[in-house]
Structures are given as structure tokens and as C-alpha cells.
Design a binder for this molecule. Structure first.
Ligand code: NAD
Length: 495
């Protein structure tokens, strides 16, 4: 691991304060309103550990106001009654307003979550792409379809599901919010977004984009808050559907709350995705890509490739090369253009990653590189890129999501065993296979039980169905399938 010139510049909160605005109002029903209490969320820089901004912490009363605004906009307002094409025109304006704030969002996200500028740019450009894509969806999908039925003429009519509560984590909030709010709005729903307590300011900039785009009253609210307020929101009788991204533990809890009233739900949860390396491929051409698919954004990506499955006879070769790549990653101040990995997003997250490193050691995995706080970076929540080898898939570091820059190498003897290891996981979000034999690669991709598989490369594709098998989630976001999850289906028969 190399270090950037962070030591010289870390004590620069004044500069950060210029970049990151504080807020004293909540975006409720399309208006900036006084919060109902004085409670605030302190925004702490993960790079310096210092407070850099505050935003209001929404209370139950604020949730009630947001739900009332969304309910009335859905039950009586124009939004659900407009055609999808009419709504798409407004949503294209949202995309333009997000793009107009792109540079500020990139800077703010880097300041409040610690993603290096390049990673922050990728997340926010992804969000701009999502809005551009949403605006074209009405051309690609059918909201109504006529049918000939026995003795009747029929129509299948797809109608918006109602008021949607969206709850998202901190690791890419504008993209995560856009993946939910865009399709929900296109479908004709009204939406309340509850961002996480960590890094809420970028979502306030998203609120500014909605305000500037000029949606009808009540259609969108953005109310940052913690878990307790989140639980109140998802249990609210005025909410028809919950779209959640976050940990599997929270998803399980929210799903049980939704079960009480049969509320609709989609879940995008955790992952422990495998990269399967076949015996026939040249390691030098793939290992840099695999490393960054695993530790990019400090490993705080749900679809990250965190289990590296290698032919046993090539373990030493591949581990040596992975270690060399990881030791050369520049860790440091996320605004430094040289920096490749910044800090973890919060102290809680750093502590959790360190706990898993200790668990890996106690389980008998071989620590090849990393495992510590980088020298000279004691003020923020930094952890070295860390590699474990000789990992058995039954170990906790292979089964549980660490959400940090920690990769585990698991050896296998046959391709059947590699597929079995990849599938021996409570998760099933993403994955990749690397093989020169393209028939072999294709057959492996079809046998691994995950929502996305990549062959000889890796990316998170959110424009087409994205979501998980097993405990990685329920339902899909992205593309036309993503919009369908915000629609109810009705059959009308005419006799
Ligand atoms: P978390 O589940 O603790 O929190 C995520 C969000 O849910 C936050 O806004 C939080 O306030 C809220 N929340 C938590 N418990 C709640 C409850 N009972 N009721 C209502 N709201 C509640 O997750 P985290 O640890 O902050 O974030 C990291 C997790 O998110 C990782 O496990 C990661 O895999 C997952 N994630 C998944 C995806 C995906 O698309 N599959 C994307 C990003 C992150």
C-alpha cells in the first residue's frame, strides 16, 4: 500500500466547510419546510474525523407530514393521472438538474463519505445515466395491452402502486435513490426518500434538483433520519410500497414489518460475490480488474467481488500477484488525484472491518498483506487493502459481508467444486468468471445462482435488471423490470 500526501493537508476543515453546505430545513412534499424538532444529524468527515456540516434529523411528525403530502398528491393530485410520456418529460428535467449539480455532488460525497473523486464521479455519472434512461422508458414498455377473452374484450392496465417509501444506505446515495425514485415516479407513484444518517448532504442536493425540476406538490419528500424513524416510515399505514437498499439484517426486519399489512416490497441487500478464475487464463491480464472490483470504494459496494476462487495449483502465483497490486494501491486523502482508496465511511464501518480481520486471523486464514491502519493516517477511518489466502469457504470471512477492502482467496480442485463454493453462500447478488475457454465461462455463468454474472470483466449494470437471488434481495431494479415493480396489474373485461 502506498500513501498519498495526505499528512500535509489533513487538517483542512475550513476548505471542506466551503464545499459542503449545512441545511436547516427538510424537503417535504416539494417544499423546504422547518423541521418539527431541533434534532440534527452531525456530518463527520471520514478523512479527518471532524464535523463538517449538519442536516435536520426528521422526526415521526416529519414522516407524518411527508406521508400526508404524498398521500394527497397520489389520491387527488395530477401526477398519477398524467401519462407515462408526460411524466417522462418532467423526469428528463430532473436529470438535467442532477447533471447541473454533478460537480458539487461529487465534491460533497467525497467530503462526507470519503470516496476518492474518481469513484465519486463514477457514482454520480451513473445517476445522471439512470435519469436519462428513465426518460426513454415509455418508448420501450407497454402500460396497457388489449386482449381477446372468451365472450369479452379485455385490457391489461398497469397502474401505479401508490405512495412509495424508499430507504437507502450511504455508499452511493444519489445513484441508489435515483434507481428507486426514477422508476417509481415514471410509474405514477409519489415518493418519500429516507437517506441514511451517514452522508445525507448529497441527497439534500438531490432534493434541490427536484425542487428546480418543478414536480407537482407532494410528489417527492427527502427526510434524512436514523433507523427508528425509518422503521416508523416503513410501518406507516399511509405507505403502499417500500423499496429498500441496505443490509440483509435490516431488510429481514423491514420485510417482517411489511408482512403485517401485506405492503409491497423490493429489497436490494448484501452480497459476497465470487470471482472464479479458470486454469487456462493469463493472470496478469485480469488481476488488476478483479482487485478493483473487490476493493474499489474501499470495498463498500454491495456487488463487490470479494471471494477470489483460484485453481489450487495456481494459488501461490495468483496470491503473489494480487498482493503486489494491493501493496501498490495509493490510500489517502480522497481529494488527492493520486489517491485510489479513501477511508471507510464511518468509524462504525472501520471498527466492523477491523473486527472481521481479527476473525479471519482467529479462523486460521493466512494474512498475506494489509490488516492494519495505514501509518500516518490515524485521524480518519482508514484500513489497508487486506488479502487473506488459504481461506476455507466455511469461514466467517468467506460467508459474511465485510463491506471493507478485504479480499479472500479460496482454492478449488475442479470447476464443479468452484461452482459449488460460489453457490455455498447465503447471498447471490453478483459474480464473475474468467476463462479463455468461452464455452466453459458461459456454462459457469449459468450455473452460479446470482442476479448478475460477468464473463472476463466485471461491472455493476443498473440500467438492466439488477438485484439478488437468495438473501441478496427480492425483486429487480433497472430497466423496464424496475418500473414493473412500482405497478399493480388490473384486468378489465368488457361484455
Ligand atoms: P443498514 O441496513 O444498516 O442501513 C441502510 C438504511 O436502512 C439506512 O438508511 C438505515 O437508517 C435504514 N434502516 C436500518 N434499519 C432499518 C429499519 N429497521 N427500518 C427502517 N430503516 C432502517 O446498512 P448499512 O450498514 O448502513 O449499509 C451497508 C449495507 O447496505 C451493506 O450490507 C450493503 O451490502 C448494503 N447495500 C446493498 C446494495 C444493493 O443494491 N444490494 C447497495 C448498497 C448497499
Amino acid at each position: 500500500m502506498r500513501q498519498s500526501s495526505i499528512e500535509k493537508e489533513l487538517a483542512m476543515p475550513a476548505v471542506v466547510e466551503k464545499i459542503i453546505p449545512s441545511y436547516d430545513r427538510l424537503f417535504i412534499g416539494g417544499e423546504w419546510l422547518e423541521p418539527s424538532t431541533d434534532a440534527v444529524i452531525p456530518v463527520v468527515s471520514p478523512t479527518t474525523g471532524q464535523q463538517i456540516a449538519t442536516v435536520p434529523h426528521a422526526s415521526r411528525e416529519d414522516v407524518d407530514r411527508a406521508v400526508a403530502a404524498a398521500r394527497s398528491a397520489f389520491d387527488d393530485g395530477p401526477w398519477p393521472r398524467m401519462t407515462p410520456a408526460e411524466r417522462a418529460v418532467v423526469l428528463a428535467r430532473v436529470g438535467t438538474e442532477v447533471e447541473a449539480r454533478l460537480e458539487q455532488m461529487i465534491e460533497v460525497f467525497t467530503a462526507e463519505i470519503g470516496a476518492p473523486t474518481a469513484a465519486s464521479r463514477a457514482f454520480h455519472e451513473m445517476a445522471v445515466g439512470i435519469w436519462a434512461d428513465i426518460a426513454t422508458l415509455p418508448e420501450r414498455m407497454q402500460f396497457e395491452q388489449d386482449l381477446a377473452l372468451p365472450g369479452a374484450r379485455g385490457s391489461i392496465v398497469r397502474e401505479p402502486v401508490g405512495v412509495v417509501a424508499t430507504v437507502i444506505p450511504w455508499n452511493g446515495p444519489v445513484a441508489a435513490a435515483s434507481m428507486k425514485i426514477g422508476p417509481a415516479l415514471l410509474a405514477g407513484c409519489t415518493v418519500i426518500l429516507k437517506p441514511a444518517e451517514e452522508g445525507p448532504v448529497t441527497t439534500m442536493l438531490l432534493a434541490e434538483a427536484f425542487a428546480a425540476a418543478g414536480l407537482p406538490a407532494g410528489v417527492v419528500s427527502i427526510i434524512p433520519a436514523g433507523r427508528e424513524t425509518g422503521e416508523y416510515l416503513v410501518s406507516h399505514p399511509g405507505v403502499d410500497k417500500i423499496a429498500f437498499t441496505g443490509s440483509t439484517a435490516a431488510g429481514r426486519r423491514i420485510m417482517s414489518l411489511c408482512g403485517e399489512r401485506i405492503a409491497r416490497i423490493t429489497l436490494e441487500l448484501g452480497g459476497k460475490s465470487a470471482a472464479i478464475i479458470a486454469d487456462d487464463i493469463d493472470a496478469d491480464s485480469i488481476l488488476t480488474g478483479i482487485t478493483f472490483a473487490g476493493v474499489g470504494h474501499s470495498g463498500q459496494v454491495c456487488a463487490a467481488l470479494t471471494r477470489i476462487l483460484v485453481p489450487r495449483q495456481r494459488q501461490d502465483e495468483i496470491v503473489g500477484k494480487l498482493a503486489a497490486i494491493m501493496e501498490n494501491i495509493v490510500v489517502g486523502d480522497p481529494v488527492d488525484p493520486e489517491t485510489v482508496l479513501g477511508p471507510l465511511a464511518s468509524e462504525r464501518q472501520r471498527d466492523r472491518v477491523e473486527e472481521y480481520i481479527a476473525i479471519g486471523l482467529s479462523e486460521g486464514a493466512r494474512l498475506v498483506t494489509g490488516g492494519h491502519r495505514p501509518h500516518g493516517l490515524e485521524h480518519g477511518w482508514f484500513v489497508e487493502p487486506t488479502l487473506f489466502a488459504d481461506v476455507d469457504n466455511s469461514m466467517r470471512i468467506a460467508q459474511e459481508e465485510i463491506f471493507g477492502p478485504v479480499l479472500v482467496v479460496i482454492p478449488f480442485d475442479t470447476i464443479d467444486e468452484a461452482v459449488a463454493i460460489a453457490n455455498d453462500s447465503p447471498y447471490g447478488l453478483s459474480g464473475a468468471v474468467y476463462a479463455d475457454d468461452t464455452d466453459l465461462a458461459e456454462s459457469i455463468a449459468r450455473r452460479v445462482r446470482t442476479g448478475q454474472m460477468s464473463i472476463n470483466g466485471w461491472q455493476m449494470c443498473v440500467a438492466e435488471p439488477f438485484g439478488g437471488y437468495k438473501q441478496s434481495g427480492l425483486g429487480r431494479e433497472g430497466g423496464t423490470e424496475g418500473v414493473m415493480s412500482y405497478l399493480e396489474t388490473k384486468l378489465i373485461q368488457r361484455f
